[in-house]
Design a protein around this ligand. Structure first.
Ligand code: TMP
Length: 201
């Protein structure tokens, strides 16, 4: 299998973004273009929506619709053209995050998210998703020492537990696509686990 569309997921504080430079480096050694991007965001419009999504209070379904509006633009402008060129696309979050945060934690019915997923993505799905999994206490402790928290990062332990459970359930439902990384380990151990997974792509 030639995986080309790779996504990174996990709770806030799981440390996934730290590993992006190394993943890009490994993929680049294969002589292929690597497009590194993120959600919400990835396009000028998506980045403006990100500002709203991360800092404005809004109804959970409004949030879901805006996530998918940003995603539609992201696919049209960045992801689909890059995949068509034969590039690797590495996205820091994608639709699993909407299932975890807006559905799992905030209660938007999963079937509504599935309708939007089908509308916006049609057949597009990540080839591989690395789920950085950590116990909630570790994620909260890491966030406490980090930059000033956004709207999502100020949520309660109960909220984070729901996110973690929803992600693990997504992984159970899609075992062929998910690789779970135990992100409670040391930075070096996590980096090694990530390298081993990327080597299989
Ligand atoms: P980041 O801190 O990993 O860049 O993610 C930004 C925040 O956006 C994070 O708290 C998760 C949240 N988010 C959602 O709630 N739903 C989504 O669909 C996406 C992509 C992100």
């Amino acid at each position: 299998m030639t995986a080309k569309f790779i996504t990174l997921e996990g709770m806030d504080g799981a440390g996934k973004s730290t590993h992006i430079p190394r993943i890009i480096e490994i993929l680049k050694t294969r002589g292929r273009e690597v497009v590194s991007t993120r959600e919400p965001g990835g396009t000028p419009l998506g980045e403006r929506l990100r500002e709203l999504l991360l800092h404005e209070a809004m109804h959970a379904e409004t949030e879901t619709l805006l996530m998918f509006a940003a995603r539609r633009e992201h696919i049209a402008q960045i992801i689909a053209p890059a995949l068509a060129r034969g590039a690797y696309v590495l996205s820091d979050r994608f639709t699993d995050a909407t299932f975890a945060y807006q559905s799992g934690a905030k209660g938007v019915p999963a079937d509504k998210v599935e309708i939007l997923e089908q509308w916006v993505q049609e057949d597009l799905q990540p080839d591989m998703t690395l789920l950085f999994d950590v116990p909630v206490e570790i994620s909260i402790a890491r966030l406490a020492g980090a930059r000033s928290p956004d709207k999502f990062e100020r949520e309660s332990a109960d909220f984070f537990t729901k996110i973690r459970d929803a992600y693990l359930e997504r992984a159970r439902q899609n075992p062929q696509r998910f690789r779970i990384v135990d992100a409670s380990k040391s930075l070096g151990e996590v980096a090694k686990a990530v390298e081993d997974i990327i080597a299989t792509i």
